[in-house]
Ligand binder design. Structure first.
Ligand code: PLP
Length: 389
C-alpha cells in the first residue's frame, strides 16, 4: 500500500510538553515551554484593541467573499510604516498577506527556489527549529554556522562574520530581526552595521525573520537592524508575523515583503509570490489580518495596541532584571538579552530534573520562555536552578 512507505515522525516535543504540564497535579508548577506571552496570572489574553476591532468587524463586515492570493491589501500597506519606519520610501516594497510568519517563510523559500533551485541559505545555530525544514522542504541547500555559545552565553560573532565572508554572491542569509529565538541574544547596533556592510559588499540576499517586533526594545528599535540591512543590500526579503505582537497566534497573521532595488524587479517578484501562494493556500485566512487592519485604521485602537504591547515588553524586561539580580553570577546575561526566550546554560538532564523534582517545564534544549515567570515565581525558579546545578 502507498502509505506503507511513510516513516513514523516524532511528535513536536514542545507541544507534547503542554500535555505533560496540564497533567501535572503539583501546585506552583511553572510552564516555560511553548512560546506564547503570558501575563502575571499565566494567561495569554486577547488584546483589548483586538477585542474592540473584532466587535467592529462583526458590525461592519458586509461580505466574506474571496479576496485573492494577496489577501488584505490594506493590511499589508498599513503595516509598512510600522515595519519599515514612518515616512520610509516603500515604493519598491511589494508584499502579500500570509498565514502567519511560517507562511511568509514558506513562501519566501519557494520564491527563492523558483529563482534558483537548490540555492544556499545560511542559518546560524541554534535557530527556531522550524527554520531548517521550512527551507529544506522547498529544496534549498542549508549551510550553517555557530551563532551562540550556550555555556558562555554570548554570540559567536567572529564565526558569523567568517561564514558571511565564505558565502557566495547570491546566497541567502537568514537573520532574526529581533528577540532571537531561542537565545534572546541579539546583534548590537555595531554588529548589525558590520553584517549590513558584508551583505552589501558580497552581494548576499538577506531574509530577515521579524516575528517579535515590539517585544524586545520597542517597535522602531526592533526593526533598526532590518533598516540598516535594507540600506546596504540590493534586494531584501522580510518574513513578518503579527501573531505575537498582536496576540493573534491561532488566527495566523503574517506578511511576506520583498524590497527590490529596481522597481521593475519588484513587480516581477510580486507576480511570482502570487503565483506561488495560489497552489499553497490559495488565499490567506482573512479574520486576523482584518483585525490588524481595523486596529491600524483607527488612531485610538492603534494607540491602545501600542500601550498594551509596551506593557507586555516591560513585564518581560522586569522578569529578566529580577532573574539577573536574583542570581547575579549565573543569570546575569539574561538582563542583556531581549524578547521572551533565553537559552539557559543547562543540560537536557538538568532540564529533566527541573521537571521531575521541581515542576518546572521547559524545552530539552534549555530554552526558557521567561514570560512564563512572574516576580512571585522568580525566586522559586532560581532556587530550582541552583538545586540542579
Ligand atoms: C523566529 C520565528 N519566526 C517565525 C515564527 C512564526 O510565527 P507564526 O507562524 O506563528 O506567525 C516563529 C514562531 O514561533 C518564530 O519564533
Amino acid at each position: 500500500m502507498l502509505f506503507d512507505g511513510l516513516k513514523p515522525q516524532a511528535p513536536d516535543a514542545l507541544l507534547a510538553l503542554i500535555g505533560m504540564f496540564a497533567a501535572d497535579p503539583r501546585e506552583g508548577k511553572i510552564d516555560l515551554g511553548v512560546g506564547v506571552y503570558r501575563d502575571e496570572t499565566g494567561a495569554t489574553p486577547v488584546f483589548r484593541a483586538v477585542k474592540a476591532a473584532e466587535a467592529k468587524l462583526v458590525e461592519t463586515q458586509s461580505s466574506k467573499s474571496y479576496l485573492g492570493p494577496e489577501g488584505d491589501i490594506r493590511f499589508t500597506e498599513l503595516l509598512k510604516p510600522i515595519v519599515f519606519g514612518a515616512g520610509a520610501d516603500t515604493s519598491s516594497i511589494v508584499g502579500v498577506q500570509t498565514p502567519g510568519g511560517t507562511g511568509a517563510l514558506r513562501l519566501a523559500a519557494e520564491l527563492i527556489a523558483s529563482a534558483k533551485p537548490k540555492a544556499t541559505i545560511w542559518l546560524g545555530t541554534p535557530t527556531w527549529p522550524n527554520h531548517p525544514p521550512t527551507f529544506s522542504s522547498a529544496g534549498l541547500t542549508l549551510a550553517t554556522y555557530r551563532y551562540f555559545d550556550q555555556a558562555a552565553q554570548h554570540i559567536r560573532f567572529d564565526e558569523m562574520m567568517d561564514a558571511l565572508n565564505r558565502a557566495e554572491t547570491g546566497d541567502v542569509v537568514l537573520l532574526h530581526g529581533c528577540c532571537h529565538n531561542p537565545t534572546g541574544a541579539n546583534l548590537t547596533s555595531a554588529q548589525w552595521a558590520e553584517v549590513a556592510a558584508i551583505v552589501g559588499k558580497r552581494g548576499l540576499l538577506p531574509l530577515v525573520d521579524l516575528a517579535y517586533q515590539g517585544l524586545g526594545g520597542g517597535l522602531d528599535e526592533d526593526s533598526a537592524g532590518l533598516r540598516m540591512v535594507m540600506e546596504a543590500a540590493e534586494d531584501v526579503i522580510i518574513a513578518y508575523s503579527c501573531d505575537k505582537n498582536f496576540g493573534l497566534y491561532r488566527d495566523r497573521v503574517g506578511a511576506l515583503y520583498v524590497r527590490a532595488k529596481q522597481k521593475a524587479r519588484a513587480e516581477l517578484i510580486l507576480s511570482n509570490m502570487l503565483a506561488l501562494a495560489r497552489p499553497n493556500w490559495s488565499m490567506p485566512p482573512d479574520h486576523g489580518a482584518a483585525v490588524v487592519r481595523t486596529i491600524l485604521e483607527d488612531a485610538a485602537l492603534t494607540a491602545d495596541w501600542r500601550a498594551e504591547l509596551t506593557s507586555m515588553r516591560e513585564r518581560i524586561t522586569t522578569v529578566r532584571e529580577a532573574l539577573a539580580a536574583g542570581d547575579s553570577n549565573f543569570l546575569a546575561p539574561i538582563a542583556q538579552q531581549q524578547g521572551m526566550f533565553s537559552l539557559l546554560p543547562i543540560s537536557a538532564e538538568q532540564v529533566a530534573t527541573l521537571r521531575k523534582d521541581h515542576a518546572v517545564y521547559m524545552a530539552g534544549s534549555g530554552r526558557a520562555n521567561l514570560a512564563g515567570l512572574t516576580l512571585k515565581t522568580v525566586p522559586k525558579f532560581i532556587e530550582a536552578l541552583k538545586a540542579v546545578r
